[in-house]
Write a protein that binds this ligand. Sequence first.
Ligand code: FAD
Length: 470
Amino acid sequence: MHTTVFERSAPEPSAIDAALAPSRPAVFWTEDAPGHRFDILERDRSADLVVVGGGYAGLWTAIRAKERDPGMSVILVEAKTIGWAASGRNGGFVEASLTHGEANGERRWPEELARLDELGHQNLDAIEKAVADYRMAADFERTGTLSVAIEPHQLEWLDGPSTPDDVLLDESEVRAEVNSPTYLRGRWDKRGTALVHPGKFAAELARVATELGVEIYERSPVRSLDDEGTGVVVRTQRGVVRASRVALATNAFPSLLARNRLMTVPVYDYVLMTEPLSDAQLDSIGWRHRQGLADLANQFPYYRLSSDNRILFGGYDAIYHYGGRIRTEYEERPASFRTLASHFLTTFPQLEGLTFTHRWAGVIDTSTRFCAYFGTARKGRVAYAAGFTGLGVAATRFAAEVMLDKLAGLTTELTELRMVRERPLPFPPEPAASAGINLTRVSLDRADHNEGKRNVLLKTLDALGLGFDS
Ligand SMILES: Cc1cc2nc3c(=O)[nH]c(=O)nc-3n(C[C@H](O)[C@H](O)[C@H](O)COP(=O)(O)OP(=O)(O)OC[C@H]3O[C@@H](n4cnc5c(N)ncnc54)[C@H](O)[C@@H]3O)c2cc1C
């Protein structure tokens, strides 16, 4: 077994303690976003479309429904508050990829990948346009991403020609962009990613939806969907909506459709946020182009600047709990926060002394194909999309289009894509699920410690088109 740079250049434990000491368990993004609150659904209502879930997927579905047909009545019901879950807790990387990266798309839908890539870029452009048209104050910056090789065996993974929008950087060039002693090579994809303030983005999408005439209700968990005549009765804790059509945008939470319960597993992802950097601290790392950053390992941290020059540093660990449970107490995981703080100080040793102010976790809806799946139930009256596997900030808008096409009974380019038509394999029930997921995690960690070489289990899963990732 080899060591990784994070072990070879690990900081002193006392430096990790000092960096983490001031941190509070709180989500920076939602604390830093305006907090408009909506009523509880307490009356009996009817609507052309009910959207369940107030994250990006639900909000885009409601907005696009009203943009397509302003006369349609749309009600969105959210179990807690708008954007409280993944949509308010994520890294804010708005990525064009609809397939969780090119390699995953190439393996599954090679004949379709070029078109999926174009559709993904169009989707990102449409998000940028909506942000501008509706004047969303969401700190949207089209900075691109810098992928960095931090181990010698990763160097060749960045091979390929440079283009004006996709630039290969050697060691000195990549360190001139962002000054980390761990960087050996980099590739800057300038157009494929934007960064956004996730909390403000959710709040602004809710504002836009409301202005378009969508009725939003919070603290109104949907308990059941029952067929009635040609429609569906949506029952919340205290109210009822009779709907012609329903879109389910409930992400990692238990699906209201039994058939989808094993299609995703909830996986916890952990995040740290620093205090704002001083000008001198910022000068010491460069980062003038403010790209989103990630390295190439299987288990990798992702990091970025906020508009007030804090650094968000998240990822690496992906933790699954037996039975697919989602519990607030799982958000506190000292070992994961220590790992992140340690990797942060290895990446930027010149920032020793900078402290973290916030630590949090969020749940990712992992699917066996690493990207969303789509479908309908109840004779086409209910549509669903889930399984974004940690890459849904942009892809949820695409999913909204697919769900609306399907609910309208339309056959469109999107509904005819193989990626959209195919249903992934489910996860096995417990105890096989946790045994398989934990073995896969150990194998991925081993591969990172073994020059990226994948063991028999990973090769078998690759061959079967199955996997586990954050
Ligand atoms: C820590 C973290 C970092 C991430 N970083 C990135 C990133 O940088 N880039 C990226 O592309 N993706 C990232 N992701 C993934 C991304 O955040 C999600 O894919 C995306 O937000 C999914 O949006 P959503 O609307 O489907 O889900 P959510 O935001 O989870 O919303 C689902 C909503 O449905 C509600 N709900 C569930 N069941 C019911 C019910 N029965 N009744 C009513 N409401 C219900 C929930 O309360 C919730 O608000 C990250 C995720 C996490 C957790």
